[in-house]
Design a protein around this ligand. Structure first.
Ligand SMILES: NC(=O)c1ccc[n+]([C@@H]2O[C@H](COP(=O)([O-])OP(=O)(O)OC[C@H]3O[C@@H](n4cnc5c(N)ncnc54)[C@H](OP(=O)(O)O)[C@@H]3O)[C@@H](O)[C@H]2O)c1
Length: 328
């Protein structure tokens, strides 16, 4: 099969397209012919040694995808050859070969059929970012209450769009941050009640006046960086920040006193913490909620398999939704 091989930790620009033997499914596993794969910033971080995983080399990146089951190993009863399925969060693309390849082997317990009416592209795009956004929203003790205010940074990205939609499905008031007016308009269509430019000098006043006396209850933060202190300022009593990523870099100055008086809590999110059963349960609930609000995953663009590096450049620019590869 053809696959994008990672020979070292020098970044995605050094990946090379090569022929390798097809992998074989072991007990509890399925071999898939990948149709579509989705890119995630974590792929680029792993390729730069900025991610905890240290897979054996050469490695194949790619954590999301959809494909047809070609063969199953012993003990698999969840799927059969011919089924077209998507991959929920697992070690594919992390510690074992992933989806930037014509074929890959995945634990059958981590496979799921696309929700009714979804395209293969939409199914390939969704699992990692929606499972991340789900954990970010519910990790503080369950589903947030309707009417609570959710602030989403990096809202046009994969995790951001997912958080906007899921927050909306919970009846939260959703405020989204995007540096692009065009993406801001799209975020309103997707369910954001308010959209702000994070680089506006009067961002704090803009948000507080739009919230009309309320403050933010929960933040899904993919950006961190210099924006973090503004985010903290906007929180009300008992406010929580789910820290997902740091697209904006490290936080330059942080005073723990900003947490005391409003009992603010900051908690890390790790999509790697899902068990296969936990991911299946969360996925079923995510699909149910998207159906209820009549929304589906948002795709920024689909690139040819050979154009993987171009696709990664698009991801680094800040897409509107997910960037995909069409493989076969
Ligand atoms: N903890 C976990 O388990 C987990 C899981 C998934 C992802 N992540 C991390 O979460 C982050 C977001 O992931 P993603 O898939 O949503 O990424 P993405 O699709 O690349 O989107 C990130 C968004 O953040 C905004 N952004 C990027 N750079 C920025 C900057 N310097 N300042 C302000 N805004 C910036 C952009 O939106 P605008 O251009 O609209 O402003 C961009 O669309 C990444 O760091 C990723 O590694 C963590």
């Amino acid at each position: 099969m053809r696959a994008w091989l990672m020979d070292g930790y020098e970044g995605v620009e050094r990946l090379r397209l090569a022929e390798v033997p097809d992998p074989e499914p072991g007990p509890g596993e399925a071999l898939l012919r990948i149709h579509y794969a989705a890119l995630n910033p974590a792929d680029a971080f792993l390729a730069l040694k900025q991610y905890p995983a240290r897979p054996a080399l050469p490695h194949i990146l790619g954590r999301d995808g959809v494909g047809e089951v070609l063969k199953t190993g012993p003990g698999v009863d969840q799927v059969r050859p011919g089924d077209v399925v998507g991959i929920l969060r697992c070690e594919a693309g992390v510690e074992r070969w992933g989806t930037f390849a014509e074929k890959t082997v995945v634990p059958a317990a981590s496979l799921a059929r696309a929700p009714e009416g979804w395209s293969e592209e939409e199914m390939a795009a969704a699992p990692l970012v929606y499972l991340t956004a789900w954990q970010a929203l519910v990790q503080w003790g369950g589903i947030p209450s309707p009417g609570e205010v959710l602030l989403v940074t990096g809202a046009s990205g994969g995790v951001g769009v997912a958080a906007v939609m899921l927050g909306r499905s919970m009846g939260m008031t959703v405020a989204a941050l995007s540096r692009s007016p065009e993406k801001g308009r799209r975020l309103r269509e997707l369910g954001a009640d308010h959209v702000f430019d994070p680089s506006a000098p009067d961002l704090r006043q803009q948000v507080l006046s739009a919230l009309n006396g309320k403050r933010v209850d929960l933040v899904v933060d993919s950006v961190a960086g210099p924006l973090f202190n503004t985010v903290l300022h906007l929180l009300g009593y008992g406010g929580r920040i789910s820290t997902v990523g740091r697209s904006g870099g490290t936080v330059p100055e942080f005073n723990t006193a900003s947490l005391f008086f409003r009992r603010i809590r900051i908690g890390g999110v790790s999509v790697g913490d899902y068990t296969p059963e936990g991911a299946q349960a969360a996925w079923a609930e995510i699909a149910r909620r998207l159906r209820q609000i009549r929304q589906r995953p948002v795709i920024d663009g689909v690139y040819a398999f050979e154009d993987l590096k171009q696709a990664f450049r698009r991801l680094a620019e800040g897409p509107m939704g997910k960037v995909l590869l069409k493989i076969s």
